[in-house]
Ligand binder design. Sequence first.
Ligand code: AHR
Length: 670
Amino acid sequence: MNRRRGLYCLLTVAVLISCPPAPAQTSPSPVEITVGTHGKSISPDLFGIFFEDLSYAADGGLYAELVQNRSFEYTAADAKGWNSLTGWDLAVNERAIASIRVENTEPLNARNPDYAVLEVGKADGEVTLRNSGFDGMAIKAGEVYLLSLFARQLTGRPVPLLVRLEGKSGEVLASALLPAPTNMWQKYSASMTATKSDAEARLALVKTTPGKLGLDVVSLFPVHTFHGHPNGLRADLAESIAALKPKFIRFPGGCLVHGDGLPNMYKWKDTIGPIEQRAEQPNIWRYHQSLGLGYFEYFQLAEDIGATPVPIVAAGVSCQNSGASVTGKWGLGQQALPWPEMPSYVQDVLDLIEYANGPSSSTWGSKRAAAGHPEPFHLRYLGIGNEDAQSDAFRQRFKMIHDAVKAKHPEITIIGTVGPDPTGADYDAGWRFANQQHIEIVDEHSYRSADWFIENQDRYDNYKRNGTRAYIGEYAAWTNHISNLYCALAEAAYLTGLERNGDVVLMSSYAPLLSKIGHSSWEPDLIHFSNSEVFPSISYYVQQMFSTNSGDSYFDSLSSVPLRNEDLAFSAVRNSKSGNLILKLVNYGGRASHLRLKLPENYAKEASATMTLLTGDPMTVRNDGGSSILPVTSTVAVSPEFDYEAPAYSLTVFRLPPIALRPSSIISSP
Ligand code: AHR
């Protein structure tokens, strides 16, 4: 189906199902909002991000590797029809005899068992092994690319290997000669500068003499990665993530963590060290994990973007909905690690903390240091479990891991899980268990309609203040799996409720974060991308407006009429670092709203403030060209009492000049 036509049809359905009210006249008398002078402390970590490798978020996405199936480890367990040569093509002219196959005797190492054997029987001209990357390779003129591979001459005379970057039509964009290989596995590398851009380029390895050549871990990276790290991340995508200025980053999943049956559980130790030693495995979202983006790279990304790392480990059970690779359909049910395996599993979790925070003289801290980071990564949070069914098997294993971590690392805050939904049996049982066990935070998930978010703005107003706190780890508003401005504003209204309850809701993150066009496992998503472009959604801008305007104290306000009756939501926070008072005003209704804003007494005279406005047609969906609705920032004059007309379907953020607060006006949360 034509993609744009598909989007149009979805849009039509959305209009029928969730049509916001039609625009009407401006209301006559202003709604008055008086901002109070008392602030209560709220979480400084409220707005973060959640990265999961689904929809090609890692391989083919954020991870800057351009070669697909670089280690020849793809199998049909990754995706139907895939095999160890998926992504590769051998071109042999009619006068030559050559073949490509995969072998596993005397591999590079036991964790990387398969390698390719390129055998040329008769060479007459070129025999070319090509990799077309993830839907082609986006090569840019003037950029430097680093090619590396492991090779071993198995038979025949060793000769230098020619490598080329080729455009879609075969044009040579760059080339290099690698030294003649020896008869032992050895790494070879070369850098190449592209003379032309091509969005669908390929990598070619060219052989012109008879013999058998073993090849493995064939890798191609742009030298220009995010923060210039080797084995790094795609700069444009990472920059769009960094621009959210998230306070934390949760990773690596989601469903990915507890995996598709027990053998597929995410094992962090398999994801560190040299890339050729990482034990690749299928991705529960029906593709492959090279694990080139592994725990070191996640921690490094967190550090680069100034976000606190929040790794999630499985609670010793698999996903209750998993098992597709075993049974061919979802629903194998939750499986638990046998008890004899639990002590070593718990030790893996403790080792993860040592890897992140331990001295470089410690066993696991030394591996971090060997990767180039002797300083600790300052891990403060650890999530155990994801959306798990609250069975006895889960609870017992969770408790075993939780208690072991707390005994050795009381400084680590643990995040539990309360099932996949914001209501229901697992949710209720999860909260009960969390409070009984004194778990500090639990992770709630809400993928719901826009109207659900609007109706649930007050959801946390009556949550218990002296027990387990909440992390809204995954949420998104949608209508028939699409998002539009109306959905984004529903999220904004909900976020004002999180700020108001920032003493009990400590963290939140929209999900999913990334989705590659043409490979979506889930809709909607915060950022869509192709090989060469990045398309932030409207929700992305809502997230950004909240995260870059967050506070650490919340000011109650009084309104002349209930704001809900006017389709309005409001919050006022102060950021103690900058001193700014920040007002957020959401108008999710179809008419402009005339407001009178009354500021705290500290604002005695007129001052200039910045105002950021996001507004437009509520039915505007993201599309492959990204959001056509963008926030606009201007400077405005505000007085102690000022009028503002909030446009229909809008989010407005006022960032007011710094104010000093009397210490007595801060009420700490219990
Ligand atoms: O965000 C997509 C998926 O939604 C996550 O993997 C899972 O935790 C949830 O069900």
